[in-house]
Design a protein around this ligand. Structure first.
Ligand code: GLU
Length: 279
């Protein structure tokens, strides 16, 4: 089986050191196994993505010495595919309309507490019809209860986590309940990241998902979506996150650490690769 992995940035800002590390980890894993490396642009959230960031991503990765297969898949060009997948779940009664706002859901939550994992239920037909008639916005949420029934429970859902370089494989039991009834589509963003990711990883034949450990928890819900959509489960390689001198992980807002700023300040791609542990 050919090893296929990907780097899947969202063009919501300039790439920083942490992205360089992630992209290099995926690229090198493909290189040493004689496999394939794909670049995917995850730009479904039109409210946050910008074309200039996408252009910068391509430029910065090329500067870093990476190359990837063409054409690059751009998620915004495939919205109809994701909508069809959501419609399929809707036809099977696995999603429901939720009219609650984030504010309503978070009532009683202190600012330092994590977001509440919402679990709801479809409204009665009359109330739903009235709210729709009033034009109230709603989100499509995945019903954990319906999913549990459709799959006969979640106990048989697991995934293989290999660690950054594939050296520490372990089987992880998927616990999709932790996230609650996740939003699969909203009025302004027609498809959620989780759905587009599992759809595309399967479509593109990705065998190994390489990404930062900040997305490890997301894997639980993505594993559930794979089961519901009848998609294969890739092997996961979540890597540690780079931190700056202050011990905090790099974020898109750290302007000085973007690849373009580093480049402008005279850092060579070779220097950066060496600093990140790549030759
Ligand atoms: N697009 C996601 C991000 O930029 C990454 C998705 C993934 O690697 O699964 O955070």
């Amino acid at each position: 089986m050919t090893f296929v992995t990907r780097f899947a940035p969202s063009p919501t800002g300039y790439l920083h050191r942490g992205h360089a590390y992630s992209a290099l980890t995926a690229f090198e894993a493909a290189r040493v196994t004689g496999g394939r490396f794909l670049l995917r642009i995850e730009d479904i959230d039109a409210t946050r993505c910008r074309p200039e960031y996408e252009a910068a991503i391509l430029e910065d990765l090329a500067w870093l010495g990476l190359n990837w297969e063409a054409p690059v898949r751009r998620q915004s060009e495939h919205l109809a595919d994701y909508e069809a997948a959501i419609a399929g779940l809707r036809d099977r009664g696995l999603v429901y309309r939720c009219f609650k706002t984030r504010k309503e859901i978070d009532i009683g939550r202190a600012p330092h507490e994590p977001a509440i994992a919402y679990v709801g239920a479809p409204l009665g037909a009359d109330e739903e019809a009235q709210r729709l008639a009033r034009g109230e916005p709603f989100a499509w949420r995945l019903s954990l209860a319906a999913a549990r029934e459709a799959l006969g429970g979640f106990d048989h859902l697991s995934f293989l986590e290999e660690g950054a370089d594939g050296s520490s494989p372990r089987t992880v039991q998927a616990l999709p309940e932790t996230a609650g009834d996740i939003v699969l589509a909203r009025k302004d963003v027609g498809v959620a990241y989780h759905l587009a990711v599992v759809h595309d990883d399967a479509l593109q034949g990705v065998t190994h998902v390489t990404r930062g450990e900040d997305l490890f928890e997301a894997t639980h819900i993505q594993r559930l979506l794979q089961a519901l959509l009848g998609l294969p489960t890739p092997i996961y390689r979540h890597h540690g996150l780079l931190t700056g001198p202050d011990g905090k992980r790099y974020a898109k807002r750290d302007k000085a650490q973007t690849l373009r700023e580093l480049r402008a300040s005279g850092v060579s791609a070779q220097d950066l690769r060496a600093e990140l542990g790549f030759s």
